[in-house]
Design a binder for this molecule. Structure first.
Ligand code: PMP
Length: 401
């Protein structure tokens, strides 16, 4: 008999499980639009040229060793990461009010942030948008916070429920933590306009709430690193505090290297110093210290003018390919006379299209057309190519007619 005899079989993860089902499918037509990972026009995973070059440089550098990093990781990586999201001339950085810890990609940064807040921030409620990335409620709950939600997406307009969002934040307790997607909201692809961001900022600041930005797609949404950092910088510019979880999974294609950063913008240098010391106490018993390789790649790219420049070009090319797929799919549906309005495909931002397809329609497309996606109707545009768009358009057309 086993000590674990009583265990039930757990379901596959709703997002990663899509890939498991896809791998089992023998059809040559099969198409995986589930997980958010960039694919080339040939449908292949892509390692950025600047990443290859940085790795070569790291290997050639004979002075490097495999000693432990400090608890908060590579100092240069942390500095450069804060600069990337907050901007070259960020007053918060100049005033030494920002403390940054290298963490395990976006997820690990969110989790460390959650545990830190659960331990040190009196108001332990975090508001997350409906819908949001499926891992958010679990990360924050297990991190020790109480999770509540605010309205975000309006299925009728397939746009932002701005009034609902403002009402829910107005009704929330003051001091609550508010999770905001920095850009390219996942799964909806719907972002607030600049005016709406300003409205959100005013409510959050007037209620003394604490914004927690999840920045998983900087540069990947619009193709511009600065443009995609607009919301974070708007909040940082008012001098108030915030948390920022950054991921390099998408924008540097470092998914499996697990590179990210948690930055906490504080009111003063003296607070930042104490926050930093307490962050270490949160991280040390969790995983002791982060891994070297991925963060060394990022630090090499961000710290070298030439590589940085090349990175922005590759990043823009990835973003542009995704935007091109939006237009191709939209045109393919129009050409088929597929019923319904599909303009949201070209209006939405980032890696995903929130198609509005129902669970039943998704099941139909998987069964009949071998198209794999999450059951909420979200498709990863990055998994499409001009070769596979017609097949997807056929599948959508058949599902809705
Ligand atoms: N936040 C959002 C909104 C995401 O979409 C993702 C990736 N799917 C993440 C965080 C974290 O990803 P990772 O841990 O791979 O950086």
């Amino acid at each position: 008999s086993s000590a674990f005899q009583h265990l039930q079989q757990a379901p596959d993860d709703p997002i990663l499980g899509v890939t498991i089902a896809y791998n089992k499918d023998q059809s040559p037509l099969k198409l995986n639009l589930g997980v958010g990972a960039y694919r080339t026009e040939e449908g292949k995973p892509y390692v950025l040229k600047v990443v290859r070059e940085a790795e070569q440089r790291l290997i050639r550098d004979g002075s490097r060793n495999k000693e432990y990093l400090s608890i908060t990781g590579i100092p240069a990586f942390n500095k450069l990461s804060a600069k990337l999201i907050l901007g070259e001339d960020s007053p918060a950085i100049h005033e030494k009010r920002v403390c940054t810890a290298q963490c395990l990609s976006g997820t690990g940064s969110l989790r460390v942030g959650a545990e830190f807040l659960a331990k040190h921030y009196p108001q332990k409620v975090i508001y997350i948008p409906t819908p949001t990335w499926g891992n958010h409620p679990k990360v924050f709950t297990l991190g020790g916070l109480q999770v509540k939600s605010y309205r975000y997406y309006d299925p009728k307009t397939r746009g932002l429920d701005y009034e609902g969002l403002l009402d829910d934040l107005r009704a929330a307790p003051s001091d609550a933590v508010v999770l905001l997607h920095a850009c390219a909201h996942n799964p909806t692809g719907v972002d607030p306009t600049r005016e709406q961001w300003e409205g959100i900022r005013q409510i959050i600041r007037s209620k003394n709430m604490l914004p927690f930005f999840d920045s998983a797609y900087q540069g990947f949404a619009s193709g511009s690193l600065d443009e995609d950092a607009h919301a974070v910088r708007l909040f940082a510019a008012d001098g108030g505090e915030c948390l920022i979880a950054q991921s390099y999974a998408k924008n540097m294609g470092l998914y499996g290297e697990r590179v990210g950063a948690l930055s906490i913008v504080c009111a003063s240098e003296s607070v930042a110093t104490r926050v930093d010391s307490q962050l270490k106490l949160v991280i040390r018993p969790m995983y002791s210290n982060p891994p070297i390789h991925g963060a060394a790649i990022v630090a090499t790219v961000l710290g070298d003018r030439g590589l940085y420049q090349e990175w922005t070009v590759e990043l823009k090319a990835m973003a542009d390919r995704i935007i091109r797929m939006r237009h191709l799919l939209y045109e393919a549906l129009r050409a088929r006379g597929t019923p319904g309005n599909w303009e949201h495909i070209i209006k939405q931002i980032g890696m995903f299209t929130f198609t509005g397809l129902t669970k039943e329609q998704v099941n139909f497309m998987t069964k009949e057309y071998h198209v794999y996606m999450t059951s909420d109707g979200r498709i990863s545009m990055a998994g499409l190519s001009s070769r596979t768009v017609p097949h997807l358009a056929n599948a959508i057309h058949a599902a809705v007619t």
